[in-house]
Design a protein around this ligand. Sequence first.
Ligand code: MG
Length: 382
Amino acid sequence: MESFSLLGSTGSIGTQALEVARKHNLRVTGLAGNRNIRALENQVREFKPKLVCIYDDTLYKDLKTNLADTNTKVLSGMDGLCEIAVDKSAEIMLNSVVGMVGLLPTLSAIAVGTPIALANKETLVAGGQIVMDACKRKNVTIYPVDSEHSAIFQCLQGNNRNQLNKVILTASGGPFFNKTKQDLQNVTVSQALNHPNWSMGSKITIDSATLMNKGLEFIEAKWLFDLEPSQIEIVIHRQSVLHSAVEYKDYSVIGQLGFPDMKIPIQYALLYPNRMDCPTKRLSLTDFGTLTFEKPDYDTFECLSACIDAITVGGLYPCIANASNEVAVYSFLNGQIKFLQIAEVVKNTIKHFDFKVPTGYGDIVRTDKSAREFAKELISKM
Ligand code: MG
């Protein structure tokens, strides 16, 4: 792979992907950011992509003016993201936008046969069935970028998928590991944003504190690797060194380890199947000394159990869980609700909707919208 497009280029995954691009002289054909116009402009000047998109339409004119002296075509909004997604000059598209916004660009890239390096977990959570069906139809591969799914993907290499028993999805446990519900009553935003091992964007950091992130990853693993929910075991591993593992029929367990740095899975997805020097720290097992493994506390971290229930029942429930969580997380970040109320919003939104199997993209978008509206209504009464 020599060229790629990058949606979400100013975010945490995006900037690390560009470090990988610098290291290996990869050509960036398209860049897209949300609203950080200054960072996006600098990236365009450095990487000279064919296309750039600013998702926030109100900033389009400014970006176009600022980049008037370059050869890069300036786009905006969802149309812009999709124009980058269908542009065939990219050999692979890295999708690292946050939230449901990522679903349509993913489907658009698959439709033209472009493989995806996927860091946008919400879209597989909400649209898993239609995304995987589209991949099968178009014979398109999704290379997972999330560290856990990359680990599972790596452990599957060179083995027979049919001889897999289960996957062991590791979780750091977040900043509130071992806390009780009582302890979590009055958690502040800055406490929740203080993740022990990973440096990430604020949405996913809150999701890591509630363990919603692991719930979303559970659903994502189900779709990516075609698993039954009963084949996924979640294990709390505080050091984030074993990024996940798989167990085969002979009870051999194969895991992938590394220093907790997203550049390793990003690079593996972009350069697959090659393993090249990566701009990261090497893992020293003796520096860590002890690796620990524990069971998750499903009663305290109810977002996790809500996600497992949602995918076990199936249909549109994972979409509803994701949508209500997105609304609840931003309300928590804005100080509108308390930490434990995030799970309350997710559970009660799920409860409100009847079981339904998604018929297509439109159905998912409509359900996502009604779940958000219902969650907002719940929050306004809290
Ligand atoms: Mg992860």
